[in-house]
Design a protein. Structure first.
Length: 340
């Protein structure tokens, strides 16, 4: 069988649009490709959420042998919008998903073929929904294959992550009384309350952990009011905190900061995690969150992948060709070391 070209495969995958909830086409492509490459393939359905604009089927894809794998290489098939087709120059591949995470899919598949030739029991798990809610990973966690190790792929610059920050998402809601803006004394502005609450929130001192860094807070969405000449009766904001430890202290600090002005509903939590180093490998701390907390049944996790997270989710997403090829060697080396 002809050796897989991870650069060519990356471009082919990038050119299949797979925004979150619309991953069916890229999943079908990978299912066929894995079968052609001699893997035993399974697809596991992942339902569309109620708010999806898409109606097509979506599913995780698992490729392996006929026995239990010792190590599984995994990443996600979905991308953030907008779709950006591939292109390349002498040094880089460009396009949506080139580093997050279709280049990683290509590198993992190439590494898995080498591992299989070396007699390593290896599996490949490609999931949907990572960019929104890790729905694919949550369903995959109900169907583990008994692997001892999981090497998850995200852009870490080919460095092994020692930790990955968690996430705490909160919705801050203020209520008021509507009135004509010419007579503000007759109303009670929810927008004014929300602005005050958010101002307090920005002054909250968040935890810092040595070797990991600070917890950070972002006010990502603000909504409210009806018109410039109307005292607002409702307003809300969505806040996201990157956790560096347990969330209890941060939850209490947020609730205390907005008390008397607004209510808090915590809508999502993904825990902070630490991972093992390997001697001789460069390391980093991932300030972002991954599918790893949702894949606890797939073995001890490691986080490693080519590319820079700084260009992921931007119009300039790219991956260095040399770094992508080096990732194939790294996935092979790490897996061999883990399984002995």
């Amino acid at each position: 069988m002809k050796q897989l070209d991870p650069l060519d495969l990356t471009r082919r995958l990038v050119d299949i649009e797979s925004l979150t909830y619309n991953e069916g086409a890229v999943g079908a492509y990978l299912e066929i490709l894995l079968k052609e490459r001699g893997f035993a393939v399974e697809r596991t359905a992942v339902p569309q959420p109620p708010n999806s604009r898409y109606s097509g089927e979506r599913f995780n894809v698992y490729g392996g042998g006929h026995g239990k794998p010792d190590v599984v290489l995994s990443t996600h098939m979905d991308t953030v919008p907008p779709f950006i087709p591939s292109r390349e120059d002498d040094l880089f591949l460009y396009g949506r998903g080139s580093c997050d995470a279709k280049g990683i899919i290509a590198a993992q598949l190439a590494a898995a073929e080498r591992l299989r030739e070396a007699g390593v029991a290896v599996g490949l798990l490609f999931v949907v929904g990572e960019e929104r809610d890790s729905a694919g990973a949550q369903i995959a966690n109900l169907h583990p294959k008994g692997s001892r190790f999981l090497i998850n792929g995200e852009p870490t610059g080919n460095r092994l992550a020692l930790a990955s920050k968690g996430v705490l998402r909160a919705e801050i809601t203020a209520q008021g009384t509507m009135a004509h803006s010419a007579y503000p004394e007759l109303g009670d502005s929810a927008v004014h309350k929300l602005v005050q609450a958010l101002d307090r929130l920005l002054d909250v001192k968040l935890p810092t952990v040595e070797g990991v860094g600070p917890s950070t807070l972002n006010i990502g969405v603000i909504e409210g009011g009806r018109a410039p000449n109307v005292i607002a009766d409702a307003a809300s904001a969505q806040v996201l905190v990157r956790l560096v430890g347990p969330s209890e202290e941060t939850r209490k600090a947020i609730e205390q900061a907005v008390a008397g002005l607004a209510e808090v509903a915590f809508t999502l939590e993904i825990p902070f995690i630490r991972m093992r180093p390997l001697e001789g490998m460069e390391t980093m701390v991932a300030a972002f969150t991954t599918d790893i907390p949702a894949l606890t049944n797939w073995g001890e996790p490691l986080l490693l992948g080519p590319g820079s997270i700084h260009v992921a989710h931007t119009p300039f997403e790219k991956i260095a060709k040399q770094e992508l090829l080096e990732a194939v060697d790294l996935y092979y080396e790490v897996a061999r070391r883990l399984v002995g």
